[in-house]
Design a protein around this ligand. Structure first.
Ligand SMILES: Cc1cc2nc3c(=O)[nH]c(=O)nc-3n(C[C@H](O)[C@H](O)[C@H](O)COP(=O)(O)OP(=O)(O)OC[C@H]3O[C@@H](n4cnc5c(N)ncnc54)[C@H](O)[C@@H]3O)c2cc1C
Ligand SMILES: O=C(O)Cc1ccc(O)c(O)c1
Length: 492
């Protein structure tokens, strides 16, 4: 079939009946649920963009073998140009949501592409698993599917392994093996956008310990598989808030959910890892499934940071405070943050690595540096918007106030900005800024940037340890040589 349109994606959503729970209620019609309506349309827009002649040739490719057109997310990058083509896809899609939606279809599509182009890894354990992975990749590519994923065990007792949790099968695991598949029970988190996706893929960040065998699994299923329950967090919007009052929150909320598997059957051909701790723990570090989606996160994160920086600058300009040195230094800091991430991204792409399988990946060091820096730079950007907007962020009247004949004159007078900025312009800008830096919606966006790639603290610690393994800090040896005499003795 090849690339889908927005309408085809929506048809898919309407055709399914996943078991979705929202605020103590079972959702019977996902498409017509207020909270999901706008996000569904934002995702549909992305599918439409790939059919738009302005972008089509840039972000999709014609496969010679099948004669079909697929998204660049499904092309295994073999050259720098392939990597750049992917980067363009990430950028065009991220711009469409200002980088505020992180788990758009490209994220997991590149992950699965990466799994399928590294089946040497699964082959070591079971050739059936790698065959299943290749078939699954072709299936989602041919149908252009949208996946959610849950790779973290629920946050119960982090000081204990999965098999040591108070109750058995709190963490997802295999309860029964059958000739034609496995039955799984337990929970996994944190499946962003789950209710409006086509499929779910389960794998794990490393961390399984001896005794966790039954939990060490990877598989994929249709999102409406019987027994799979999607428990949504409390929505931050009701789906009815006005675009004037909440220009971002009313459009880009990504729902997050806990997935509960109530004895769900996984057919053999959808199993990628079955009860193998080593395979489950090494899948992430040994294949490209860290680096390739991190490329998407880097490009998207850059757009989001740039957006936040622009909002800060426009807020400052609109109230005439960007001539003050303290405000200028904060804005300058933000512009430099954006430049730093942009430069790292370019280095990651330009200094790409080629694996022994011929797959091209963005360079690890600059990519990991982005992962380390964004969880600090984005919260700082939000803090700067809060600092510059100050009390004004809390003062905005509503769209309804503008429309009320008794109030109109007041709101048009008392909310004006510097010369040339009308009351409505300023209020709209401040509402947008508040969605980003004050609303629960904005706090989630911040939490996303901190945690989407795992715990940033442990990541940074691992980064240093890995850096040390590969670097002997030779400059210090060079410098120390200078303080020794010709016989190598210290000069005092
Ligand atoms: C908005 C949002 C969307 C997300 N979307 C997805 C998604 O779509 N799919 C998905 O699979 N995941 C998703 N994630 C989950 C994300 O992968 C996890 O939040 C992340 O891996 C961190 O795990 P945790 O939240 O369980 O934190 P924990 O691991 O429980 O950490 C909690 C705290 O304890 C500390 N801590 C815990 N264990 C240790 C340890 N061993 N040593 C030292 N300190 C420790 C941490 O530093 C942290 O401060 C999302 C997260 C967020 C916030
Ligand atoms: O390591 C990375 O940054 C890539 C990544 C992040 C979060 C995920 O959930 C995931 O599957 C992959």
């Amino acid at each position: 079939m090849g690339i889908r349109t927005g309408a085809q994606y929506i048809e898919g959503v309407k055709s399914r009946q996943p078991e979705v729970w929202l605020g103590g209620r079972k959702v019977t019609d996902v498409y017509n649920e207020d909270v999901f309506r706008q996000p569904i349309h934002e995702i549909a827009n992305l599918y439409d963009i790939q059919n738009d002649p302005t972008y089509k040739d840039e972000i999709t490719y014609l496969c010679e073998e099948s004669g079909e057109r697929y998204s660049h997310a499904f092309k295994v990058p073999k050259t720098y140009e392939d990597l750049k083509a992917r980067s363009k896809l990430f950028e065009i899609w991220a711009r469409a949501t200002f980088g505020l939606m992180g788990r758009t279809p490209d994220f997991l599509n590149v992950t699965v592409t990466s799994m399928a182009s590294n089946t040497w890894f699964l082959d070591q354990y079971n050739p059936e698993w790698s065959k299943n992975m290749i078939n699954y990749y072709e299936y989602i590519r041919d149908h252009d599917l949208f996946l959610t994923h849950a790779i973290i065990n629920p946050q119960n007792d982090r000081s204990k392994a999965s098999h040591e949790q108070e109750e058995d099968f709190t963490h997802l695991g295999v309860v029964e093996e059958r000739p034609d598949g496995i039955i799984v029970r337990g929970a996994k988190m944190l499946a962003t956008l789950a209710p409006i996706t086509d499929e779910v893929i389960i794998y794990s960040f490393p961390g399984f310990q001896p005794g966790d065998e039954k939990h060490a699994i990877a598989f994929a299923l249709p999102i409406d598989t019987p027994g799979l329950r999607i428990i949504c967090r409390e929505p931050m919007q009701d789906g009815k808030r006005s675009v004037f009052d909440h220009p971002l929150a009313s459009r880009y909320e990504e729902m997050d959910a806990l997935l509960v598997f109530n004895d769900v059957f996984v057919p053999s051909d959808r199993i990628f890892i079955n009860q193998n701790i080593e395979a489950a723990n090494l899948l992430y570090p040994k294949t490209g499934i860290g680096q390739q989606p991190a490329h998407q996160s880097g490009v998207r994160g850059l757009i989001k940071l740039q957006f936040a920086a622009e909002v800060a600058a426009r807020v400052a300009d609109s109230i005439g405070v960007d001539g003050y040195l303290n405000v200028q230094t904060q804005l300058g800091e933000l512009m430099q943050s954006v430049e730093a991430i942009r430069a790292l991204l370019r280095v990651a792409e330009y200094e790409y690595e080629t694996t022994s399988q011929g797959e091209v990946r963005p360079a690890g060091l600059p990519l990991e540096t982005i992962r380390g820096m964004l969880p600090k730079l984005y919260p700082r950007a939000i803090e700067i918007i809060q600092t510059i907007g100050a009390g004004g962020l809390l003062m905005s009247p509503t769209g309804a106030d503008f429309e009320h004949p008794e109030l109109r004159a007041d709101v048009e007078k008392y909310y004006v900005g510097r010369e040339g900025i009308s009351s409505q312009d300023r209020v709209q800008l401040f509402k947008l800024a508040w969605d980003l830096c004050g609303e629960a919606f904005g706090q989630r966006l911040l939490q996303y940037e901190r945690y989407y790639s795992g715990d940033p603290l442990r990541r940074l610690g691992r980064f240093y340890a890995g850096f040390k393994r590969q670097n002997s800090f030779p400059l210090v040896d060079e410098a120390l040589k200078g303080s020794r005499d010709l016989e190598g003795q210290p000069t005092i």
